[in-house]
Write a protein that binds this ligand. Sequence first.
Ligand code: C2E
Ligand code: CA
Ligand code: CA
Ligand code: CA
Length: 280
Amino acid sequence: AKQCGRNGYSIYDTSMRQRAERALTIQRGLLTAIEDGSLSLHFQSKYDARTGAIVGAEALARWTHPELGAVPPMEFIAVAERSGQIGRIGEWVIREACRQIEDWRERGLPPIRIAINLSPLQLNQPGLVDTAARIVAEAGSDPSLIMFEVTESMAMENAERTTLMLQNFRTRGFEFAIDDFGTGYSSLAYLQKFQVRQLKIDRFFIQALDEGGTEARAIIAAIIELAHTLAMEVVAEGVETATQAELLRTLGCDQVQGYYLSLPMPPDEFERRCLLGAPV
Ligand code: C2E
Ligand code: CA
Ligand code: CA
Ligand code: CA
């Protein structure tokens, strides 16, 4: 039993050290990721559930480290938060999204609204609204073409503060979406006060539609009714099958996003496959 315990401990110890080393490698790599061009944005379309027209896209950060290869955004965003780099990287994401919007506009492609994810620490940075407004103004972009996504749990954590901040963002012309909806605990009173444009139903519920799914269907129907009562659009994320897409449409979901419809892709591919030929 003693030996077993010692082995257990040493395995634990090794994996702890490996994880710490990986985090440190990520932290160091992030210091130059913007300058060396290894950080990029991919775009995933959001479609009108009824007409199938493209109505927007979500910008998703991608990073390839020279030794580690592709590092998932969940992982490097978390490291950026812990190492105090999230401000700089978050600002780059906004700047890069604006640059892309302007590039498409200058070349006559149809304007679509780009969604940008905000991390918990980023949302709590005091100057966020001013910074975002400045970056967008410097790029010459229209703030109404930017939609920020914050998760339900982030928004509800300090709902009073979120309410004021969202008001401030609205004054500057920005739109908002509540991401991963249904996985946290929402106060309906605050949900009403937030006055966001979109609710994104977490993919957990969308995936559950396939496995019999009567409960998931009832929950999704309830979320859609709630959102529409509060004059919000509903987006289903993580749509992976035709069955899910069809069910969501009949339930009255406004927009759909997911691998079944379109993968996240680099800007040039997104432009070719999603923007060209899209109705202006
Ligand atoms: P999220 O905001 O919930 O983004 C949706 C995630 O689901 C993305 O993963 C997307 O690639 C993936 N996805 C899209 N369609 C499907 C589908 O049909 N099935 C499945 N299983 N997954 C699908 P990704 O790109 O790995 O991003 C993961 C998370 O990392 C995001 O979750 C977001 O929280 C964070 N993230 C990504 N980019 C950024 C960024 O620029 N800034 C911040 N703060 N966070 C970001
Ligand atoms: Ca999101
Ligand atoms: Ca989400
Ligand atoms: Ca998420």
